[in-house]
Design a protein around this ligand. Structure first.
Ligand SMILES: Nc1ncnc2c1ncn2[C@@H]1O[C@H](COP(=O)(O)OP(=O)(O)OP(=O)(O)O)[C@@H](O)[C@H]1O
Length: 649
């Protein structure tokens, strides 16, 4: 069956008849309806990679109103001629236009056909349209030149153009023929971006909880593009509705804003793109007042835990584990000891016996209370406090909330997001379970989201090469359980082969810094690559200040955008060319033509268990940031089974 973009959810009787025929077209066919009210737009466009294009318009005027010989039809006939001329003028000459004259018999259509001299127009009665069926439509389609297709889509479907300039190269080919122009979303992406645009009224009333959609896609499959494209479209279609995009990571938000600024200048005033953290702080202040205080000293909380835990001397967990568990309790919105005893801790990395759980709960209560007395809270408690506020009237509300990187959102975060949706508001999630999953193996259902039957999977990566994705995927598969909710198998069809990641063995973290900087300088000077091609990701023991200083010394003091330092904007504002530098923990969503990974050896050589899985996902995320060249610098030998996945540097 053909792919309808957008889906036809609200079809009238006439449209149902029209659709019955369209349904018979094969699945390589796309049936698009223009979203904008425009006189020169026919009702729909049919596209097929081989057969080409066909425009279709339905004309309701009866024969009496169209027949040029009829005395009283002058006005309606003139209007019809003007419309036809407008359609033809807007369409490429080579694109056939089919007019279905819904209210005319076949004989009447023959009379009218003789009166019309427009080029490349075919008239059919409703009866003939239904009779000829999908095969009749297919026979009318004609190929268009690439520039004509681009012009057509730019005019009638501008919302499907790619909203961000890419810093990575495009990787796969459409039908193994023409290389994608890179101007537009592919049909699956476009379909996802236009889901539920016209939820019918009856359905809207039956949506009891909320309307949610999930796009689950492998790294580089265009999830961020889809979210942006949809948000821009919604903001334009509904200028009085508020649209919010939330992303977990600060650097990717800054990066997107910079790229959007380059591509479009300003954003629509009803669209906001922000980090969850900035957003929830704002919501908290709206509910509780201006003073949202958290411990300023990073040692405050561990010290507090250390002093209070003496009441439970049998508790053997490290302070860091206890704090992690408190975060879990906050994120799961656990309200009582009994509830905690019933909560699944699957994937938590360490087990707890019932007695330990009880003690952890009591310590958690004691810590929370002590913080409260000091007017403080843990970061993870902010969302919780918003959820538990006596009234939510002061919250900002939105008609549409879109979440990118939803795999990193905790249940309490989703809860706050739902509270901020207006009645009948829509939630749109993009996630890659391969890159992590809510810090533990939770399901969407655990997070209070029913995505069954409302999930779209994207398995092809535009960003990276087969070789890089294969290496990253194989390392990940060593560690994760084959659970479809938490692992997506990429589809390599049509992707550029590329070369395996480069592995460089060095003696120390300082050597890794020197070598990476030298390699980058070499590529910049010998190949003339712009700095924006490069993304340097550091983890673990990398001396980050040294890395930053060396990069600045080699490339220019203001040419390095350290995303964890200059959090909002590049050092000299938007415009100049920058190399980007990011901490491993906050590199999600970013991309680079050439990516250098330092300090990730700890992720390769990990023990069995849940920590191994979390680390493997992190490494997968970091490796798949690269579109073309991936260089990994390590101070330790790579495990023998992983060696064939790399080439020596
Ligand atoms: N249809 C397309 N045509 C050309 N390039 C595309 C297309 N879709 C995505 N891309 C490019 O692929 C890269 C990855 O896209 P994007 O960042 O949206 O993917 P993602 O799924 O969010 O990735 P990740 O989850 O790994 O961060 C970008 O450079 C984007 O411009």
């Amino acid at each position: 069956m053909a792919l309808f973009i957008p889906e036809w959810t609200r079809a009238s009787g006439r449209q149902l008849q029209l659709k019955r025929v369209l349904n018979g077209l094969d699945e390589a066919t796309v049936v698009r309806k223009p979203l904008r009210e425009e006189d020169a737009a026919p009702e729909l466009f049919i596209e097929h990679a081989q057969r080409g294009w066909l425009a279709l318009a339905v004309v309701d005027t009866p024969f009496d109103g169209l027949d040029a010989r009829q005395l009283f039809a002058v006005e309606t006939r003139t209007a019809f001629d003007a419309r036809l001329a407008a359609w033809r003028a807007a369409l490429p000459d080579a694109l056939p236009l089919l007019l279905v004259l819904w209210a005319c018999s076949e004989d009447e259509v023959s009379v009218l056909a003789a009166q019309i001299d427009a080029q490349n127009v075919r008239l059919l009665s409703r009866e003939r349209y239904l009779e000829r069926g999908a095969a009749g439509l297919a026979a009318l389609q004609r190929p268009l030149a690439a520039d004509e297709q681009d012009a057509l889509r730019t005019r009638f479907f501008p919302e499907s153009s790619i909203p961000l300039p890419s810093v990575a190269r495009r990787r796969f080919q459409r039908n193994n023929q023409a290389v994608l122009s890179g101007l537009f979303l592919d049909s699956q992406q476009e379909w996802a971006s236009k889901l539920d645009l016209d939820l019918p009224d009856e359905q809207a009333h039956t949506v009891t909880d909320l309307s949610v959609r999930l796009v689950n896609g492998v790294a580089g499959s265009g999830k961020t593009l889809i979210a942006l494209s949809r948000a821009l479209l919604l903001a334009e279609m509904h200028p009085r509705e508020r649209v919010l995009i939330l992303i977990h990571n600060t650097p990717i938000v800054a990066d997107i804003r910079e790229r959007l600024h380059r591509a479009r200048g300003s954003l629509p005033s009803n669209l906001e793109i922000t980090t969850y953290s900035a957003w929830i702080h704002r919501q908290w202040r709206r509910l509780f007042g201006p003073f949202l205080a958290m411990p300023a000293d990073p040692a405050y909380l561990p010290n507090l835990v250390r002093s209070l835990r003496t009441r439970w001397p049998d508790l053997k967990l490290a302070e860091s584990q206890l704090i992690e568990e408190f975060d879990f309790l906050n994120e799961m919105l656990v309200t009582s000891e009994a509830e905690y005893m019933d909560t699944s801790r699957a994937g938590r990395g360490f087990s707890l016996r019932a007695k330990e759980r009880r003690e952890v709960w009591r310590l958690f209560e004691a810590v929370t209370e002590a913080l409260q007395l000091a007017g403080l809270r843990m970061w993870s408690a902010v969302a919780c406090e918003v959820c538990r506020a006596p009234s939510h009237c002061a919250l900002e509300r939105y008609e549409h909330i879109l979440i990118d990187e939803a795999q990193f959102f905790a249940p309490s975060w989703f809860h706050t997001v739902k509270l901020a949706l207006k009645p009948q508001g829509r939630l749109f999630l993009c996630a890659d379970p391969n890159q992590g999953f809510m810090k533990s193996r939770l399901s969407w259902r655990n997070a209070g989201l029913d995505v069954a039957g409302r999930t779209k999977k994207l398995l092809r990566s535009y960003r990276t090469t087969q070789a890089i994705l294969h290496s990253a995927g194989t390392l990940l598969a060593r560690a994760v359980q084959a659970d479809p909710e938490h692992y997506l198998e990429p589809d390599f069809t049509g992707m550029e082969e590329g070369a395996a990641p480069i592995l460089i063995r060095v003696d120390s973290p300082q050597d890794a810094v020197d070598r990476a900087v030298n390699e980058i300088v070499e590529l910049v000077t010998t190949r003339g690559l712009p700095l924006s091609t490069f993304l340097v990701i550091y983890g673990g023991d990398t001396p980050k200040q040294l890395l930053y200083r060396r990069l600045c010394a080699a490339l220019g003091a203001k040419r390095v955008w350290w995303l964890n330092k200059d959090k909002k904007q590049p050092p000299e504002g938007y415009g100049p060319d920058y190399l980007r530098l990011a901490n491993l923990e906050t590199a999600t969503g970013l991309e680079g033509g050439a990516v250098f990974l330092l300090g990730v050896e700890g992720l390769l050589n990990v023990e069995e268990g849940d920590a191994r899985e979390a680390d493997a996902r992190k490494l997968y995320m970091a490796m798949t940031r690269a579109s073309h060249r991936l260089v990994m610098l390590t101070t330790e030998p790579v495990p023998p089974d992983a060696q064939p996945l790399f080439r020596a540097g």
